[in-house]
Design a protein around this ligand. Structure first.
Ligand code: SF4
Length: 414
């Protein structure tokens, strides 16, 4: 019996393209929205064989700015998904909104459509930082969006915050956190600003016009968030995520725990039966591909399948599990990969434990210091697996399981 499925829906439209963003997001394509909505419905209908016999545990609308997509299109897609596969009783339907474009009637329509959880892109509570990030909203707009979301009946609200901005002081970061706490969000995601190649931000940094805070200050900001949020009753459950009890993001947990997720929309990434795949990125090309696809093609906008070799898959599994503060047990690894954990990566785990970065019992999990070095530890695990996998028959030979209802490998197209 295949397990429950998460569904990711990508909405690639934004009012402007922020200077730090390398997401598959586009400004100035609003005229495509109706055609895009029709293509999403066709893509979901075509995916019926992938949904057969499964329940849907969560739907996540990301982007882009899904909160600028007409609520009637969100409602139509959710109705269609419900007709294709039953939603679990506590299914989470989460959607990202921009505080600058979240009117009370719009939020009420989203709630009526079946959206259960809103993720509000607050980012900062300082006007100058918001301007630096090219955000179109003010701190007051975030407060208004939160109030409107509560009025509309949303019982689970996330606020996204970014720290580690050029010129940002620890005090400024603490003030943003404090403002977020006053809004009584149920969940907080705090991400360090990352400089993505090819973005205007990366060019300004390369020209020496901007400097990111040094790593010690960024680490202090992370520690301060951990302390402040713990004192306020939020439990950290993932490297960058804190929640009040019962408000952890079930949709994101599916990504971190090796669960299948179906991708819908331009550039959306999916994971089915051990196979990672991605859709055609540009909305115009995506719409054209879906419209032109012959019947019977369950992934009509497929751009590529990327099934990494087993050592990389196992390294991904470990890196994702280590993002969760609960970590994992050696038995879970062995069940998934048919090899004892200590044979696969024991040397790296022991070294990290000696350095105070990992706990090994009763579960393997990062320490507070280790959380700051997750990327480095993940890289070492991959290097180790590449060395050990050839002598571990279970790991080297392991084929990805193909769940019933999944039609098996497809040829890349588009
Ligand atoms: S609103 Fe979000 S997705 Fe859109 S450009 Fe800005 S950061 Fe990127």
């Amino acid at each position: 019996m295949p397990g429950p499925l998460a569904v990711y829906v990508h909405i690639p439209f934004c009012t402007i393209k922020c200077g730090y963003c390398d997401f598959n997001a586009y400004a100035g394509l609003d005229a495509l929205k109706d055609a895009y909505a029709r293509a999403l419905l066709r893509e979901a209908e075509a995916a019926a064989p992938l949904l057969a016999g499964r329940t849907i545990s969560s739907v996540g609308f990301g982007g882009g700015t899904p909160g600028e997509f007409p609520a009637r299109h969100i409602a139509a897609l959710l109705d269609l998904l419900r007709s294709l596969a039953p939603f679990e009783p506590r299914a989470e339907v989460t959607l990202e909104v921009n505080p600058g474009t979240s009117s009370p009637p719009y939020l009420r329509d989203l709630r009526a459509a079946g959206v259960t959880r809103l993720s509000v892109g607050a980012q900062s509570f300082h006007p100058a930082e918001l301007a630096f990030l090219d955000r179109i909203h003010s701190p007051e707009a975030t407060a208004a969006a939160v109030a409107a979301a509560r009025d509309a009946g949303f019982e689970s609200l996330n606020l996204d915050l970014i720290y580690g901005l050029p010129g940002q002081s620890l005090e400024a970061w603490l003030a943003s956190l404090d403002a977020a706490l006053r809004l009584q969000a149920d969940h907080l995601s705090c991400y360090a600003l990352t400089v993505e190649e090819g973005t205007p931000l990366a060019r300004r940094i390369a020209r020496g016009q901007l400097r990111l805070p040094d790593s010690d200050l960024a680490a202090d900001m992370y520690d301060a968030a951990s302390d402040l949020l713990a004192a306020a009753g939020y439990r950290q459950y993932e490297l960058s995520n804190w929640a009040r009890p019962g408000h952890e993001s079930r949709h994101n947990i599916a990504y971190w725990t090796d669960r299948d997720y179906l991708a819908l929309g331009a550039g959306a990434h999916g994971y089915l039966g051990g196979e990672r795949y991605e859709n055609i990125a540009h909305p115009r090309d995506y719409i054209a591909a879906v419209e032109a696809a012959p019947p019977g093609q369950p992934r009509p906008a497929l751009a590529r399948i990327t099934t990494p070799p087993p050592p990389a898959q196992a390294a991904d599994w470990l890196a994702l599990r280590l993002r969760l503060l609960e970590g994992f047990s050696p038995a879970e690894f062995e069940r998934r990969w048919s090899e004892p954990l200590h044979e696969a990566v024991g040397s790296v785990l022991r070294e990290a434990a000696r350095a105070g970065l990992l706990e090994l019992t009763p579960r393997v999990r990062l320490t507070h210091r280790g959380r700051l070095l997750h990327g480095e530890i993940a890289a070492r695990l991959l290097a180790c697996l590449e060395e050990t996998a050839p002598r571990l028959p279970g790991l080297a030979a392991r084929a990805a399981p193909v769940p019933p209802g999944h039609p098996g490998p497809l040829s890349p197209s588009g």
